[in-house]
Design a protein around this ligand. Structure first.
Ligand code: AGP
Length: 614
């Protein structure tokens, strides 16, 4: 939800902090700040409301000097976006600063206790309560090692937090405590780094240490020491990052989102990787990352996810049931554990998450494990919380997805879930996929079909002019294209702020048809599949009520294409892979509408890339 970063070493800290915050701005961007220990031994804090650029403007020319510092870019939870509420937050002495990602649930009683002790607060945030509690504990025991002061305060906190703490009285060390939201540390040559995710560290080091819940790390130029909150040492071996910094840059595109849309044919190939041989149809259990035994014995599959990943789960349900014949339920992760779910050793719970850090999905998987269910994560970030939590990791290889609106993560999730369905079928029936199987043949042709679909870009840019002033847009699809209708609607609403809804086409006559008039644009998804005729008649109902119909059809379509106001042809692939291609024009359409409306495509208002609070 927020971006946190820290540096200790011999370089000037400010540029390192600003570069790290820039790479993590997609995690939250309503205010930002840094704190650096200056040559005078004091903490120098600079903060600004709004985007990181506002903070950077305040740093020229008087950037704080010093080689140790921390920085934060915020997505507001407690306290409106403002400079006063921006992190870092200080204690009364000004000698301790804290930055924070998460929510301190018991901040109010702690604040009341500190207010009663005469402490005054400068902000509305829960984070300042931690800073003031550290200051009060420090004053109460001035001779106590700061690490013990930190541990004492951590023991009193409840909630979810990634905390980074810096004291002017111990300028050589940065403390990082994790309970929920991610913290990754970097070890360089005579320098140490702290961040919310690897993208901020990649320019400096690829030797990363991922903290686990309950870890307290002390980062110095000499290295990283990790203990529990109780002080007992904990071994956290460094991992070598597989991504490089360049892949997390825009690469000449105007927006990360457009770059990531364009990358999809390539990253789909990366995601298939060695999971299956296109020549023989043989799966590699190792590359799939899902032990066959997890699929052999289960009676049911239960998918938990949020947002776009939940849409991928809905498509996955169709495939897991149709191909592998495994009853599959799909739940919003935020709903799953509050409805007394019935799972157990015979239910495989699959968490789908690009970031691998979404709090609701992490919590749902933890609940599943508590009930004894085997778990699998479909995740894009290696080393993420979900990747470390589950029994099997079905990895998507989309690379860093910086645009808040998920695109390449979604299509790679769809491919991974299609592979999971066929893999499960092979495991459960013992019948391998034949090399000439139409699915396998189509899988090999998928990147070319995706590239062809992306060639609709110019037509979609033109079409976007007719949508940019829309008040509402309705997306209709059936079968595996109902979730694609949902996804298309989510893309449009989250980056252009136009209200949009996805609906099963057959459901339209049970209510939404009342919305249809000449002012309403309906996006109709009409692939040539078993439900085509049904969709065609639903879309005819739209036209009969003067609705404006934009249809996405298969090559050679004459029926729906004839009735539509605008018809765009989408390349045809195997029905189990068609959603991967059908979603591409919807991503581009949303992108162009948002651009025309002057919206911030990569960092839409109120949103953040990874929702690490519930
Ligand atoms: C998708 O465009 C949104 N940014 C959002 O719905 C996202 O899919 C959701 O928050 C889940 O994130 P995750 O895949 O990282 O768990």
């Amino acid at each position: 939800m927020c971006g946190i970063v820290g540096y200790v070493g011999s370089r000037p800290a400010t540029p390192v902090l600003i570069d790290g915050l820039r790479r993590m701005e997609y995690r939250g961007y309503d205010s930002a700040g840094i704190a650096v220990i200056g040559a005078d031994g004091a903490l120098h804090v600079k903060r600004a409301e709004g985007k990181l650029g506002n903070l950077a403007a305040r740093l020229t020319p008087d950037a704080p000097e010093g080689t140790v510092g921390i920085g934060h870019t915020r997505w507001a939870t407690h306290g409106r976006p403002s400079e006063e509420n921006a992190h870092p937050h200080r204690d009364a002495s000004g000698r301790i600063v804290v930055i924070h990602n998460g929510i301190i649930e018991n901040f109010l009683p702690l604040k009341r206790e500190l207010l009663a002790a005469g402490v005054s607060f400068a902000s509305e945030t829960d984070t300042e309560v931690v800073a003031q509690a550290l200051g009060a504990a420090r004053r109460a025991a001035p001779g106590r090692p700061f690490a013990e002061v930190v541990r004492g305060v951590l023991a009193r906190l409840t909630g979810m937090y990634a905390l980074v703490i810096l004291s002017a009285d111990e300028p050589e060390a940065i403390y990082a405590a994790k309970w929920g939201p991610p913290i990754v540390l970097g070890q360089g040559d005579g320098e140490g780094f702290v961040a919310s995710d690897p993208t901020a560290l990649l320019p400096w080091t690829r030797d990363l240490v991922f903290l686990e819940d309950g870890d307290l790390a002390r980062v110095t130029v000499a290295g990283i020491e990790v203990t529990g909150f109780d002080g007992t040492p904990r071994a956290r071996a460094p991992r070598r990052a597989t991504w490089d910094a360049v892949s997390a840059e825009k690469g000449g595109y105007p927006h990360f989102m457009l770059k990531e849309i364009a990358e999809q044919p390539t990253v789909v190939v990366e995601t298939v990787g060695h999971k299956i041989s296109l020549e023989t149809g043989r799966f590699s259990e190792d590359a799939m990352g899902v032990p066959a035994r997890l699929l052999a014995e289960v009676e049911r599959i239960h998918v938990v996810a949020c947002g776009t990943s939940w849409h991928a789960g809905l498509v996955g349900k169709f495939l897991l049931e149709e191909v592998a014949r495994v009853p599959t339920e799909v739940d919003y992760a935020s709903e799953f554990r509050y409805r007394a779910p019935i799972v157990g050793p015979r239910t495989l719970v699959v968490g789908i998450s690009q970031s691998g850090e979404t709090a609701d999905t992490v919590a749902a998987l933890q609940e599943a494990k508590r009930q004894g269910a085997p778990t699998v994560g479909v995740v894009n970030v290696p080393g993420s919380a979900i990747a470390r939590l589950v029994d099997g990791v079905l990895a998507t290889h989309a690379g860093p997805e910086i645009g808040v609106a998920s695109t390449k993560a979604f299509t790679t999730q769809l491919v991974a879930l299609a592979l999971l369905a066929y893999y499960a079928k092979g495991v459960r029936t013992g019948v391998p996929l034949e090399p000439a199987d139409p699915f396998l043949v189509s899988l090999g042709r998928l990147p070319a079909a995706m590239r062809k679909a992306l060639e609709l870009d110019h037509a979609l840019e033109k079409l976007s002019r007719t949508l940019q002033d829309s008040r509402d847009v309705l997306y209709l699809g059936r079968g595996t294209h109902f979730p694609i209708a949902l996804e298309g609607a989510l893309k449009l609403k989250e980056i252009s702020y136009i209200h949009a809804e996805g609906y099963p086409a057959g459901e339209m006559k049970h209510g939404p048809i009342a919305l249809i008039d000449r002012d309403l644009t309906v996006i109709g998804l009409a692939p040539r599949d078993a439900l085509y005729e049904k969709v065609a008649s639903n879309l005819r109902e739209v036209k009969a009520r003067d609705g404006r119909l934009v249809a996405f059809v298969a090559p050679g379509d004459e029926d729906v294409a004839e009735m539509a106001d605008v018809a765009l042809t989408v390349p045809e692939v195997h029905p189990h892979l068609q959603p991967v291609v059908s979603v591409l024009p919807l991503q581009l359409l949303a992108y162009h509408v948002a651009r025309r409306r002057g919206c911030d495509v990569d960092q839409p208002r109120n949103l953040a890339k990874s929702v690490t609070v519930e």
